[in-house]
Design a protein around this ligand. Structure first.
Ligand code: ZN
Length: 219
């Protein structure tokens, strides 16, 4: 999975769900936290021999990515997924970036302008709409920290088209799974399921989606 590259040997890939990797990496040292904390830890230990790293090799990449969002904003995002079912919803997340944390302060829904026949499995944001949202963000002294969309009747896992069309490095790509929950043919009801977030890093050959923890801020 990871390249055997000495140049990135001392970089560590850390997020909440990677804790077990780290625990296996160096028993007793639990590495969850900011990049600063990770770097401090790295300075305190000698280079780790490859043989000690199990199947992960020593080329683990440092990233303690996290998405912070209030519960109401998260609920709003999930409700959009239900409202647009069986089509995908989409929108932009505005906020601020602090170290490795993307703080969401506003959820901005936008129209899915993908071809009508494909909206159940694709989303597309019109470029002019994105410019408008970006201008609004600037006026509020916020920045675009991520995007969200839904996966009707599919898991909250990024798809090939999500991968191909993701270009905003450092942004969080949030996906909510939404499934039909009513058999009533007149009124289609859907319910959001799992919501996950993936941080985009790098472009080109090193492009990567890494799952990050979603932290629900208390209001
Ligand atoms: Zn998708």
């Amino acid at each position: 999975m990871l390249a055997h590259d000495k140049t990135i040997r001392r970089r560590l890939h850390i997020k909440a769900c990677a804790t077990e990797i780290v625990e296996g990496f160096v028993k007793g040292d639990l590495l969850v936290g900011s990049r600063h904390r990770v770097q401090c830890w790295l300075e305190s230990v000698p280079p780790i021999p490859r043989r000690a790293c199990g199947g992960y090799t020593s080329s683990i990449v440092a990233l303690a990515a996290m998405l912070r969002i209030s519960q109401p904003e998260l609920n709003t995002l999930r409700q959009y997924a239900e409202q647009t079912y069986p089509e995908e919803c989409c929108g932009v997340l505005l906020g601020r970036t602090d170290s490795e944390t993307n703080h969401v302060l506003a959820v901005v829904p936008v129209e899915n302008v993908a071809a009508a026949a494909t909206r159940g499995t694709r989303y597309q944001i019109a470029p002019e709409e994105l410019i408008r949202v970006q201008r609004t963000a600037r006026e509020q002294e916020l920045e675009i920290v991520g995007f969200y969309h839904s996966h009707p009747e599919h898991a909250a896992q990024w798809s090939q088209s999500d991968w191909d069309e993701a270009h905003w490095t450092g942004c969080s790509y949030v996906i909510t799974s939404v499934r039909k929950c009513s058999d009533d043919e007149k009124i289609v009801r859907a319910q959001s399921g799992e919501t996950r977030s993936f941080r985009l890093s790098n472009i080109g050959a090193a492009k990567q989606f890494a799952e990050e923890e979603i932290v629900h801020d208390a209001v």
